[in-house]
Design a protein around this ligand. Structure first.
Ligand code: SAM
Length: 228
């Protein structure tokens, strides 16, 4: 049974799109999308041998080997021009890793019009990359599953300008202010406050002073959004 997190990623995949799922592990996401009738062709990419074998086995077990092509390789290098991939999903990694996979594989994005990304942490890195590369956030979701909070970003081509606050919190998520959003950011604020309290007790070097300033800025930025 697919996690709520991956079901939400699947929800944003458009019908009949050609999909590449990068860092596919067991290939659960592309298998689910084929079974639910949303897609008829997919590539599952994996850079590590173990998960690559798991993906191959899973796809074979579900009788989908002629529909889902499991490929071993780093990031977007598994995508070929002839595949004419339209949608890329990358889920379950940190934001900086997802951004670096996209940045390194930029030349593979010619045919791609939708990116669905699910960073476990630091979604900000993705929003900053998107802004620089002319991708626009068309949807955002946040959900809690098994005591973890996950964000999902849906990008299409287009210009976007985000303030520092929007890049951190998500332009759509900060308007919605869902329960998961409020919980995530009040937890972050408590954690930053805890670090700040620790720093109060240490000798005030230039480095400590800078760190404190950074934390105080972030705290006031986020507090504005979760208290009003
Ligand atoms: N996408 C699945 C999910 O969301 O449940 C699996 C997430 S798993 C935590 C991350 C997977 O990404 C691992 O199997 C890892 O080997 C793979 N991975 C990490 N860096 C990668 C890269 N540069 N290219 C392809 N796969 C990568």
């Amino acid at each position: 049974n697919l996690s709520e997190r991956l079901k939400k990623v699947a929800f944003y995949v458009e019908k009949n799109t050609v999909l590449a799922d990068i860092g596919s592990d067991h290939a659960y996401l592309p298998c689910y999308l084929v079974h639910t009738g949303k897609i008829t062709k997919a590539i599952a990419g994996e850079v590590v041998k173990g998960p690559f074998e798991s993906a191959k086995n899973q796809v074979a077990q579900e009788g989908l080997s002629n529909i889902i092509d499991v490929r071993l390789g780093n990031g977007l290098e598994v995508i070929k021009e002839i595949d004419a991939v339209q949608t890329i999903t990358i889920a379950g990694m940190g934001g900086p890793l997802i951004s670096s996979i996209l940045e390194t594989g930029k030349n593979k994005l010619a045919s791609v019009d939708c990116l669905i990304l699910q960073p476990n942490i630091h979604a900000k890195a993705i929003r900053e990359w998107a802004m620089k590369e002319n991708w626009n956030i068309v949807n955002e979701a946040i959900l809690e599953e098994q005591d973890k909070i996950y964000e999902i970003l849906v990008l299409k081509r287009g210009k976007m300008n985000l303030t520092n606050k929007e890049a951190l919190l998500g332009p759509i998520l900060m308007k919605d202010k869902s329960d998961a959003f409020m919980k995530k950011w009040s937890n972050e604020v408590s954690e930053w406050q805890r670090i700040l309290d620790q720093l109060e007790k240490t000798t005030l070097t230039e480095e400590v002073r800078q760190k404190k300033e950074e934390l105080m800025d972030k705290i006031s930025l986020v507090k504005e959004s979760i208290t009003s």
